[in-house]
Design a protein around this ligand. Sequence first.
Ligand code: FES
Length: 66
Amino acid sequence: MYVCICQEVTDRQIRQAVEEGASTMRHLRKDLGVAACCGRCAPHAKALLDEVRQENRAACMSAACA
Ligand code: FES
């Protein structure tokens, strides 16, 4: 599903970027161009960023790195 229409960025691309180390909206903007045009995607992109980081944190807590 497209999150950022202006830059044609999907939720899958954002998830992948976070998995590869993006941890802020600044990173997503730099890496993918998210919210670099009209900015309407910013709230959804930020929510997705937080969701994926939370998922990763929960997975880490239940895995060997805890
Ligand atoms: S929808 Fe993302 S910058 Fe416009």
